[in-house]
Design a protein. Structure first.
Length: 351
């Protein structure tokens, strides 16, 4: 399994993929999707790894980097081109948009008409001469049906799908081609990701079929919203998993909290350990409606998890956090009994 949004999806870390993988005794694959080179840095990657590790999301294979498969991505694109399932696009995107607006059609359909009028021989001659161009996938007629694990059967009219670019004019592959190629190479069986990627799914399904590859099962989980009902973002508070760790949120509490955003165990229980989540989880109980990130509920759950921790263990962690802090007597920290006694008094009211 892979969460294809793992690169940018702070709001989905630690949710469905890891629990489903553990319940089904499957292999959880971590892939860093770094085709957007401007947004991909070593610091971003380390933040992802640190956040997942803190949450206890223990992947089995990886991390793999999408950029490492570029040669394979290009081969797949050229294969589609050779089989007539893609075409070279030398046209001006801005001119295509203007013409498409006048005619009420997709800009890519204008690009296809120009490519067909140009002809294969002329296109190959211009490509051989080094003229910059993109390669577009030729979307077939008809409709694409996706059997989604959460939404059920979803139908997409192919007329509403652009002839997507699969290789940019600089020769780099785009996301939709790269993930299809990578999923096949890694033998991915299930792709669990956010609802915002549902529109990408028919494009990817068409590419799987055009390349003769086995399609994984797709499941699109509801997004997490802020208190204002809009998609969770930086304006709603903490911006990274590490911020919650610094605020004193326990990994077990965060995992518990995230699991309840868009899923229900089928009863009224809310406090759950990781083992509870794995035992109780089922895809069938994933909700279709988005949930609101309630910071007060996270704080309440954190209090429950604090209270469930052995006092000596919690006291030891607090001693480590306080070590070296200004105003703290080192001798006091060396008395585990005193710290444990204080923790036992405070933890019932702590959040």
């Amino acid at each position: 399994l892979t969460d294809q949004c793992i690169y940018a999806a702070r709001d989905r870390l630690g949710r469905t993929p890891v629990v489903l993988a553990r319940k089904e005794d499957a292999v959880l694959v971590l892939r860093i999707e770094d085709t957007d080179r401007e947004r991909s840095t070593a610091e971003h990657t380390q933040a992802i790894l640190d956040g997942l590790t803190w949450l206890g999301v223990d992947w089995d294979e990886g991390p793999f980097f999408q950029s490492e498969g570029r040669a394979r991505h290009v081969r797949d694109a050229l294969r589609l081109l050779e089989e007539g399932k893609a075409y070279r696009d030398f046209s001006d995107p801005e001119a295509n948009r203007d013409e498409a607006r006048e005619r009420g059609v997709h800009p890519s359909r204008v690009a296809r008409e120009k490519a067909d009028a140009l002809g294969l021989d002329e296109a190959e001659r211009r490509a051989a001469a080094g003229e910059p161009h993109a390669i577009r996938f030729r979307v077939p007629d008809g409709e694409t049906v996706v059997d989604d694990l959460i939404h059920g059967e979803v139908r997409f009219g192919n007329d509403d799908i652009d002839d997507l670019v699969i290789l940019r004019s600089d020769g780099t592959p785009v996301y939709n081609l790269a993930v299809v190629s990578d999923d096949a190479e890694m033998r991915i069986t299930h792709v669990i990701r956010g609802d915002d990627h549902l529109s990408n799914t028919p494009k990817q399904v068409l590419l799987y079929r055009a390349l003769g590859l086995r399609e994984p099962r797709f499941g699109h989980v509801p997004l997490i919203l802020g208190p204002d009902g809009k998609r969770l973002s930086k304006r709603h508070g903490a911006t990274a998993v590490g911020d919650y760790a610094k605020e004193g949120i326990l990994p077990a509490a965060m995992l518990n909290f995230l699991a309840l955003l868009g899923w229900s165990p089928g009863d009224d229980r809310e406090f759950m350990t990781r083992d509870d989540l794995v035992e109780l989880f089922s895809v069938e109980r994933i909700l279709k409606k988005s949930s609101v990130f309630d910071a007060e509920k996270l704080s309440w759950l954190n209090g429950k998890h604090l209270a469930a921790r052995p006092v000596d263990e919690l006291a030891g962690e607090i001693r480590r956090r306080l070590a070296g802090s200004e105003g703290i007597d080192p001798a006091f920290l060396e008395e585990p009994g005193s710290m444990a006694a204080i923790v036992a008094l405070l933890v019932p009211r702590s959040r």
